[in-house]
Design a protein around this ligand. Structure first.
Ligand code: ATP
Ligand code: MG
Length: 211
């Protein structure tokens, strides 16, 4: 009898304001390195950890994410968070995917090294640890040493102690690209070519975002 292989999915949460090649390279690298069946991009509705600046309308961020991922058959975009009123918490999002894909599914939450540091300090971190594993991608300017000091288990072959998050550290080709920098570039009239898919760059300019 052939054994049924359980599905492996990656969840890539973000504000995606706008989505850029740093996000896409991270997702692709996780897909390949962790042999995931697919990566689901989840644009945030009202990000609870980002109150400083009002982000672009969630529908627009969703559309840009769709444009950016359209050509990749292993990438999907979910409206789960943008369809909700108010802020969404990662724990609720992961729980919903768990319900959709079942107990057997392996769920990996993919983040950059900066974002994982935030997650570790969340109130729900322990509950979250029971629901999924984490992949933290290296990101220029963020120190992984700091992160190891937080007693995270950076070893793929070792089970974490109960209550500790299982975090896989993933080396990716360093891309010093951020949405913040892209927004600045647009504001100051600098080029955003090659930092993100052409379709997204064209959409940003056409809709006169970030001016
Ligand atoms: P902002 O500058 O507005 O914070 P951002 O570029 O950090 O935007 P987010 O939408 O905040 O993008 O990030 C979503 C996820 O992608 C986070 O987990 C973040 O760490 C990760 N990420 C973003 N840019 C990169 C990059 N260049 N390399 C690796 N990971 C990245
Ligand atoms: Mg960010």
């Amino acid at each position: 009898m052939t054994q049924k292989k359980s599905i492996k999915i990656g969840i890539m949460g973000g504000t995606f304001d706008p989505i850029h090649n740093g996000h896409l390279v991270t997702a692709e690298e996780a897909l390949v390195q962790f042999k995931l069946d697919k990566v689901i991009f989840v644009p945030a509705g009202q990000p609870p950890h980002k109150e400083v600046r009002k982000s672009l309308d969630s529908v627009e961020r969703y559309l840009m994410t769709v444009i950016a991922t359209a050509s990749n058959p292993d990438f999907e975009v979910s409206k789960i968070e943008i369809d909700k009123e108010g802020p969404s918490y990662t724990i609720d999002t992961v729980r919903e995917f768990r319900e959709i894909y079942g107990d057997e599914a392996e769920i990996y939450f993919i983040t950059g090294a900066d974002a994982i540091l935030e997650i570790i300090t969340w109130r729900d971190a322990k509950k979250l640890a029971k629901m999924c594993k984490f992949i933290a991608a290296t990101r220029p300017g963020y120190c992984l040493k700091k992160f190891k000091e937080l007693h995270v288990i950076p070893n793929e072959n070792k089970e974490p102690e109960p209550g500790k998050l299982k975090v896989y550290i993933m080396e990716i080709p360093a891309l010093a690209i951020s949405s913040t920098d892209i927004r600045h570039r647009v504001l100051h009239g600098y080029s955003i070519k090659y930092l993100m898919p052409e379709g997204v760059a064209n959409y940003v300019l056409k809709r006169k975002f970030y001016r």
